[in-house]
Design a protein around this ligand. Sequence first.
Ligand code: ARG
Length: 459
Amino acid sequence: TKRKLWGGRFTGSTDPLMHEFNQSLKYDKRMYAADVKGSIAFSKALLKAGILNEKEQEEIARGLTLVQGEWEKGEFKIQPDDEDIHTANERRLSEIIGKDIGGKLHTGRSRNDQVATDMRIWLMDETKQVEDHLKALLMVMVSRAEKEVDAIMPGYTHLQRAQPVRWSHFLLSHAQSFLSDLDRLRQLYPRISVLPLGSAALAGNPYSLDRELLRTELDFMSIGENSMHAVADRDFIVEWLQWASLTMIHMSRMAEDLIIYSSAEFGFVTLSDAYSTGSSIMPQKKNPDSLELLRGKSGRTFGQMAGFMMSLKGIPSTYNKDLQEDKEPLFDCVDTISAALRIAEGVISTLSINPIRMKQALTMDMLATDIADYLVRKGVPFRETHHISGKAVALAENEGVQISDLKMDQWLGLSDKFEQDVMEVFDFENSIEKRNAIGGPARVMIQRQVDVARGRIEN
Ligand code: ARG
């Protein structure tokens, strides 16, 4: 007859719906490898403490490796009473090596320190992969920016044409956000990598288990200093969800720009077919679904973060079953952002730009600020030059001509400081190249951004 691992003090059986409600195996089974790894390390601490002899420890390690193999090959047979990955693996271990030895593994351990350890092991691995995806996306953005430095386009504020910039500068403006995200992600490692194992249920273990040995075996950076905190703490998950939320918000803002730029009205970029979809009714349509999903999934990620923070609020000290609610949001966010980063990399690396359309969108009035700057160089205070330039814009508008078509006598009517060389202002490339202070869109500063970014990515 089957019995639950904790069934000793129970006489009645669990309500079937309650069993289902309580069961986390359907989603936490993806941590099987982390659970096995934690258990093998734990058996070594038990050996050192004299709870296991060498033969027993070897048996446990061998059995656990077989359990892991069953998961890997998809051969692990889940039993109805398997509650979570921890009980399932231990049940199977005892079936393989026998209860006499298998039953010793959980000495001085609780699922409370076990699950917190497993989550941290699992998340460290996933974080490294997510970091790689983010680096790959950044590399693509930086390489495009370096290569396509010639393309000039309107920069917008309030979605109104503002001043000319380089396409590269625009692209790198989004890369800067992702670079901060990369920094922030890297800063999470030391707080994920704090070892709970050895804390047992809440009050620590009575076998003087060598936690330094556990730390080195599991490659953690530090050891949790308070057993009550170690089993309760899920800040590393909250921080990760917050990180993912902010990164997805950056993703969403970039996607929004590219959706606008890919519309026929703008036509600055064309998405590759690989990242577009068609319409079931309108044959001409090519929709930027990839970008819309990147934008849409930011809401989902924020929701997971907010939901889990609400689950944490008001939980008493140490372990409570509410904490099992950490898994689905975290797993979902890790999956979502991993996919999002790879899709974004694909979208950015395959889209094509249309520098002609970008150039056509530039209008001479976008150089009105440059006219003001021209007069500044002739000694007029900027506040005054701004006003004079505004008058020039209005005059051109009244005459129905471009500002660059105003005649010399019209310029002189606005200010006697104007000279023939005012015509040289009306060159978009020159306007951009004048902005060569650090952070500006001039060619040299694009290259500087590219170089600095590469350094931060490789780190
Ligand atoms: N499945 C549980 C979780 O994810 C494991 C810990 C259970 N501990 C307990 N005392 N019931 O949180």
